[in-house]
Design a protein around this ligand. Sequence first.
Ligand code: KG4
Ligand code: ZN
Length: 334
Amino acid sequence: GEPVYILAVETSCDETSVAIVRDGQEILSNVVSSQVATHERFGGVVPEVASRKHVETITCIIEEAIEQSGVSPAALSAVAVTQGPGLVGSLLVGMVAAKTLALALELPLIGVHHIAGHIYANQLVHELAYPFVALVVSGGHTELVYVESEGVFRIIGQTRDDAAGEAYDKVARALKLPYPGGPHIDRLAHETGEGVTLPRAWLEPDSYDFSFSGLKSAVLAALNTAAMKGQPLAPEAVAKGFQDSVIDVLVEKALRAVKAYGAKQLLLAGGVAANKGLRAALEARCAQAGVPLLAPPLSLCTDNAAMIAAAAFLKYRRGQFAPLELKAEPLLKL
Ligand code: KG4
Ligand code: ZN
């Protein structure tokens, strides 16, 4: 049939992104404007600053995405937008932009859950086989999701406190590393073989939930104690010990879920999926267990609008359109 061109808008956190994707798979453009430089000096995302930045850039990013794609606005099939979860002020900017486009171009509107986007980023590069389990790890999320069939999600585990990426960023801050700290810790951890001993939060034996705030506190306590003794810890050893603890728990629970749910694949998504140690550990364990491990390339792991278009395409095929009254939902459930 006719090609389906979806224009998608993603502004849930600190990336302003617009993409145009053909038939849910071919990325014609995926423009991402990161605000990292703006938030760096605050050591984290400042919501008011983020929404103002989105307002400043969104129009330009839409124009750029359309131009790069070579698709005429008249040929578009639908407009998709991240409905939530995320920062309410940031979500609102994308929502208003998407609705305006849908209204002006007389196109259907599709609301997408941000996590569904992260999961279906994999669809841009892989063949998916249901049922699968997805491990979504980012600055805002740590979730184990059982996906029984297309669009049918069940969260089987999630963090009870800090997200994995958030823990990385906080530990990095304690080590006086720049924001976002994940990549720096990852690099340092590979510079030593000996990590400091830190706890693992397994929680109840049958739980798929996570907790990282105790680990973060343990890191801070270890740093303080060592400093008081006049024997400061080597940053590499702290990074290695912290990373080993995070990876152990993520890998163990993800593989237990794959087995318990009879998943055909394990999908990895979110910014922390860029972690070299995590990828290596998952690859080894999945190979051992005979489970295919799928992960998108780095550029599709972190927040971007192509992943929103990929998830929206599935809704498009099912005719799951949203009214123009669609509301941004900062706490939207999957
Ligand atoms: O998906 P993402 O771009 O934004 C959110 O939705 O949060 O994820 C950003 C997070 C940050 O916390 C960053 O420190 C973390 O991903 N991150 C990493 C690595 N690269 C990015 N964490 C660990 N190791 C990495 N290599
Ligand atoms: Zn995200």
